[in-house]
Design a protein around this ligand. Structure first.
Ligand code: AMP
Length: 598
């Protein structure tokens, strides 16, 4: 899609593009958002023409039609489970055009799960360029608001994760792993606005400790040049600071001696970091002085004094990390630049310096074809009625996002609930409200109510021989600990208190719950260390009655009252915590391997 030269761009008051390249990118955004509906019409027509010969589209008898009306009338709205048989065939080696006429280049593993495993999203090579295009728009927008970012570096903690292969040999990995390993990322041309402290080799090291250690070391070495600090999600930056708290002694020693710790065994990492690391007495002394007293307030601005903002997503489930980031950074601005998923990259934030509570994302209409199911807050969303287009949405209303992609997903429910806040030209700007059905999320994990219920049931099996039952439970994502962890409140019915379950049995119940949770949870526990051991807090008998009484005093209907399966409201937490009789933690990590069941 080329830039329309008749578009005139009006920049926010007092701002101008940083360079010619930025001006072009901003013009592109203006064009896409001015002609939102037309672009969407063309995107759908392109996708349908491209994939007309696929088995999936053929069955809906479009007969070559590429218009919206026929598409909407004939193609159903689907969920992952509806597509699973097609996806499984691709994974097993069927190379016929099933969902996409272009060859499937790899599977992207979403953090959403199905039957306990990450969802597999087939993708095609051309999607990488589309993602790259969206990335290329981020800095031109940021440069409007924060000048001078070409005068220093970005300290970004970026990681790859283990990948696996499908039975037919296709790679399956998270979308960011795929991006960081791509030529688009590895051999990106020099751009003064996108210079990172972390060399590619440190990002591409699959060992989580060595990758974090070497990235932190480089960040410390370049500390005065750092102008922005970030990670993809807030949980990643919080984890990096915790890493500094645990490893500053060794890091300072490496800097003092100019010799990299023997814990870093990866040859490529050693080679590239050794070129950067020089003996630096002064810097080592400074790091020790800042870290030795265990005062972590404002640590980001003390160590990296020229940081202008934190570049991390703090919308959605990540909002829980805002207080700790404010504490670490002395309230530096937090910018949420982008909204994306494994299925499709969606859009960007055109006013990145606003407060997290005001963040809106503008879906770029060139990325895919987007439809919206009006979302009913009262929960009556089972019957899907009419789906709306990007240009038809109304300010203030909530919608569930449905996508049709070049890779072959057709009318696929992503599961995100968005609210229209305003329009940029004719493109709606969305507040991210929440992910449907997610009860607990600490890092990339997304645990729903059914998974939690199954985990409680499986763990309760261990209580049977002690004539004990879990009569009620609820949960809480505790991010005051670093890493955060799941807390499950249990009210027990112990029929024979003399022979009730011991502490050891309840500890084992914690582990049994973890073993039952999905593979993203277990990977975060085992490989990434981004979630701490699960905790069960046993509460006094009668506590959940009190919880109901409390809800009723606040206006809940006695007939319709349901125990909330996740809590975060402070008075409720206080009530629960004041009734705790014993606390138990998982004694070991659950099982996880990067191999998956196909
Ligand atoms: P995944 O499929 O693992 O790539 O995760 C994608 C999901 O992460 C999206 O569908 C959202 O639920 C969530 N997500 C991505 N970007 C944002 C954002 N900027 N703010 C809030 N949630 C986000």
């Amino acid at each position: 899609m080329c830039v329309d030269s008749s578009i005139s761009v009006s920049y926010p008051l007092g701002t101008t593009p940083a360079c010619e390249k930025d001006a072009k990118a901003l013009e592109f955004i203006e064009e896409m958002t001015n002609y939102c509906d037309n672009v969407q019409k063309n995107v759908l027509s392109e996708i349908l023409a491209q994939n007309a010969g696929t088995e999936y589209l053929q069955q809906w008898k479009l007969d070559g039609a590429t218009d919206r009306e026929t598409f909407k009338a004939r193609v159903p709205v689907v969920k992952y489970e509806d597509l699973l048989p097609y996806i499984q065939r691709i994974a097993n080696g069927d190379r016929s055009p099933i969902l996409s006429s272009h060859p499937i280049s790899e599977f992207l593993t979403s953090s959403g799960t199905s039957a306990g495993e990450r969802k597999l999203m087939p993708t095609i090579a051309a999607e990488m360029d589309r993602r790259q295009k969206l990335y290329s728009l981020l800095m031109p927008v940021m440069n409007l608001y924060v000048p001078g970012l070409d005068k220093g570096k970005g300290l970004y903690f970026l990681f790859i994760k283990a990948e696996t292969k499908t039975p037919s040999g296709l790679v399956a990995r998270p979308v960011l792993t795929s991006y960081y390993k791509s030529d688009q990322f590895k051999t990106r041309p020099f751009d003064p606005y996108n210079v990172y402290t972390s060399p590619n080799e440190t990002i591409l090291c699959v060992d989580a400790f060595q990758s974090m250690y070497s990235q932190m070391l480089c960040g410390l070495i370049y500390r005065e040049e750092v102008l922005r600090c970030g990670a993809v999600f807030a949980s990643g930056l919080v984890r990096a600071i915790k890493f500094l708290q645990l490893n500053w002694r060794q890091l300072a020693q490496d800097i003092e001696t100019g010799y990299l710790s023997p814990k870093i065994t990866d040859r490529t990492v050693r080679d590239c970091v050794s070129k950067i690391l020089k003996p630096g007495r002064e810097l080592a002394r400074f790091i020790r002085k800042e870290c030795c007293e265990g005062n972590w307030e404002g640590i980001i601005t003390r160590i990296w004094p020229n940081t202008k903002y934190l570049d991390v997503i703090v919308t959605g489930a990540m909002a829980q990390y805002i207080p700790i980031l404010d504490y670490y950074s002395g309230n530096l601005p937090k910018t949420c630049t982008m909204y994306a998923s494994s299925e499709c990259y969606f859009g960007l934030n055109l006013t990145p310096m606003v407060n997290p509570s005001e963040v809106c994302y503008t879906i770029m209409p060139n990325m895919g074809y987007f439809e919206f199911i009006p979302h009913d807050r009262s929960g009556n969303n089972d019957s899907v009625t009419e789906l709306l287009d990007l240009a038809d949405l109304e300010v203030g209303k909530e919608y569930e996002l449905v996508i049709t992609t070049y890779s072959g997903l057709c009318r696929y429910r992503v599961g995100d609930i968005l609210q229209v806040k305003s329009f940029h030209n004719s493109a709606p700007q969305f507040k991210f409200i929440r992910r449907k059905n997610v009860l607990l999320s600490i890092d990339a994990d997304k645990t729903d109510e059914t998974e939690l219920q199954t985990a409680v049931e499986n763990a309760s099996e261990l209580l049977k021989e002690f004539n004990t039952k879990v009569v009620e439970y609820t949960s809480y994502g505790d991010t005051k600990t670093i890493p955060g962890h799941y807390v499950i409140y249990w009210e027990l019915l112990v029929e024979d208190p003399v022979n009730g379950p011991s502490d050891n049995v309840l500890d084992q119940c914690c582990l049994a719950m973890e073993e039952s949770l999905n593979s993203v949870y277990r990977q975060s526990r085992v490989a990434d260390n981004s979630i701490g051991p699960l905790e069960i807090r046993v509460v006094k008998s009668g506590t959940f009655e009190e919880l109901m009484d409390y809800a009723i005093t606040r206006g809940a209907s006695i007939n319709q009252y349901k125990v909330p399966r996740c809590v975060s409201f402070t008075p409720i937490m206080e009530l629960l915590d004041s009734r705790v009789v014993s606390v138990h933690f998982s004694p070991a990590p659950p099982h996880w391997t990067c191999e998956r069941r196909f």
